[in-house]
Design a protein around this ligand. Sequence first.
Ligand code: MN
Length: 466
Amino acid sequence: MDQILYKKALDFATFAHTGQRRLSGELYITHPMIVANTLKEWHLDDITVAAGLLHDSIEEGGAKREDIVKEFGEDVAKLVDGVTVVSHIHLTGSKSEEFVENSRKMFLVMARDLRVVLIKLADRLHNMQTLKYLTRQRQLRNAQETLEIHAPLAERLGMGEIKGQLEDLAFPYLYPEEFTKLKKDSQNLYKSAEKYIQDFKSKLLQLLLSKHVAAQIDVRRKHLYSLWRKLQRPEIDGDVHKIYDLFAARVLVSTVEDCYLALGAIHGAWHPVPYLGVSDFIANPKPNGYRSIHTKIFGSEGKIVEIQIRTHLMHEQAEMGLAAHWQYSEIKSKGKSPFASENKLPWVKQLVAWQKEMTSSQEYLDALKFDTLSHRNLVFSPVGDVYDLPHAATPIDYAYAVHTDLGNQAVGAKVNNKMVSLEHKLQNGDVVEIITDRKRTKPNLDWLKFVVTTVAKREIVKNSKS
Ligand code: MN
């Protein structure tokens, strides 16, 4: 971290929050400092950490946007804007029309720069940790929003650990009785299960050593909210004794080859549980990018033990998802803008899928007739830049939305890597690539028959004359 930039941002934020306190009684600046620290722990870049320090300085403090631009540049200011916009959007409890519009707005801001999402998640994490100081009404609203929006978002982005933390923070506020009861009921089980897994861990370590597989073994404790949800499944029916993954052993090795060596050694020593089987998420990663091999074996006393096998790199990505991914893509593309890399796209596509699920989960939304926003599509450039186009927009509409020259020189288009005609109707989530001919300078007037955006119509008419 650039210490001069950090100090400058800290001083700026401290000044902007002069005289302000959090409801906890602490100086307000402690909040942006903790947010910035979380972003540092996630190994994010200096600009993001600086924006973390400044994220409330306009909205809650006395700073002005132009001062942030002057002192820290447009990039930092844009991140702060993004966080502010996202913070104003309340999805939970909003009416259906607003829900569609708001979820889209939030999604658009997030998709433009994914670092906004990370700052927002770090912000939410600290706000949830200090939720006890708020009024009951706000506690309920924030906890609900965390469960409905932020935790699924973290999950979608592959940030499993953050998802678990957010859910466990919201749990006691939304279901206080169930939380207290489960915590009490599960205490002894957790204790005995932990003793069991620690014994198992040393046996497993010896086994792998004897097979010359260098491994680190961690023990993963199931988050309480996730346990509670699992207990509600029909086949479990509230019986805590049917839960065999209160703890899981996590085997971390250096290479993919070692993952399979470890799996072989484990299945040689203990019987895998029939039917529950092995899941190989290395060969077949989950849609959010998660990779690991999961297996369940019979340990001593016939107890079922869950084992997850992965490389250190996969582990970091599984815990930190987007943030870890960001780190590696930055190293790879040193000097270039990390978000102008091909790595951005899978995450953006995840966001699209999530947003689709979120809106379609409310079936009645389909019935809305007057909602123009739901008739717009979000389409992506090959590097993941997002464009908001009306329903029935074509590759030509997209091209002119990106740049006039791209429209004028268009000769073909690919959608999701397949050639399509120029009048092809784009769908939400499509990745569009325009094939150009640099010698072309004028658009084709025939395009007017199918383009739908005003920009495309105007540019076609204007440029075909010159
Ligand atoms: Mn904040």
